[in-house]
Design a protein around this ligand. Structure first.
Ligand code: ZN
Length: 270
């Protein structure tokens, strides 16, 4: 994942629009804002960035976004900086084509299409995390499927698909989801599930809230680490069966605010 400055064409188009004073031309280059978001949601988005860094899910790379509560066609995400140092002033608004509403020369994440295309494909999703969570990488490149090993990761019970960018693109790539088409292909692989791995790259994790997406990201990383340890012990590994996963997920779902409040407090105290 790398960064890019806002496409020069957008700037030039903006100049032309200003010269012609045509609202239509301007609208093509700068999507309308859905308006200011609740400061509490922005605070949670900032906290999510820092918590994911604290928990080893993201490092200098990776990003988390939240859908705009006032308009499902917009989402909020930081400008292109390391998640651990994100502040409220870094948060930008995007449309689902992943065009920034008000770029002001700020650099934006190259792989932002992951977010826009998942929001488009999944009306139920309000938060998207993209990470290079280290322990999940082996499960994206081997024949061992990532499976729920314990109750905390029961949400993996429906299976974890693997997105192969070479198949999606039809040729070798630089492994980055740098186009809307690749974002759509990734969203298709994810389907209705909470997590998809990306071969040779990382993962996407989605949920209906920021705390739940952070929770799932943390425990996907944790499950991957524990699963590799269990497999290394040799012999068959017993995973949660479908019924256990279903029941455990329902039970744990009601407790997510407990770790979230702890993680958030620590993350925002720094
Ligand atoms: Zn990436």
């Amino acid at each position: 994942m790398s960064t890019m400055l806002l496409d020069r064409r957008a700037f030039l188009c903006g100049s032309v629009a200003a010269a012609l004073v045509t609202t239509r031309a301007w609208a093509q280059t700068a999507p309308a804002s859905a308006g200011p978001a609740d400061p509490k949601l922005i605070e949670d988005l900032v906290a999510a960035n820092r918590v994911l860094a604290d928990q080893g899910v993201v490092d200098g790379y990776g990003h988390v976004s939240v859908r705009h509560p006032a308009d499902p066609q917009r989402y909020l995400m930081s400008r292109s900086i390391a998640p651990e140092i994100v502040t409220a002033s870094d948060v930008m608004e995007y449309d689902l084509d992943s065009n920034p509403v008000d770029a002001r020369g700020r650099s934006i994440y190259l792989e932002r299409f992951i977010h826009g295309e998942i929001y488009r494909a999944r009306p139920d999703v309000t938060t998207v995390v993209h990470n290079h969570s280290p322990s999940v990488i082996p499960f994206g490149v081997s024949t061992a499927p990532l499976r729920p090993l314990y109750h905390m990761s029961a949400f993996l019970g429906g299976g974890v698909p693997v997105f192969d960018i070479k198949i999606a693109a039809g040729q070798a790539t630089d492994m980055l989801v740098r186009t809307p088409a690749l974002g759509r292909a990734l969203a298709q692989t994810l389907g209705p599930r909470p997590v998809a791995l990306m071969r040779g790259h990382g993962a996407v994790v989605v949920a209906d809230s920021l705390p739940r997406a952070v929770f799932r990201s943390v425990y996907t990383e944790m499950n991957a680490r524990l699963q590799a340890q269990a497999m290394a012990l040799g012999g068959p590994v017993t995973y949660l069966d479908d019924e256990e996963a279903r029941r455990a997920e329902a039970s744990v779902a009601g407790t997510i605010s407990r770790p979230w409040e702890l993680w958030k407090k620590k993350a925002l105290a720094r």
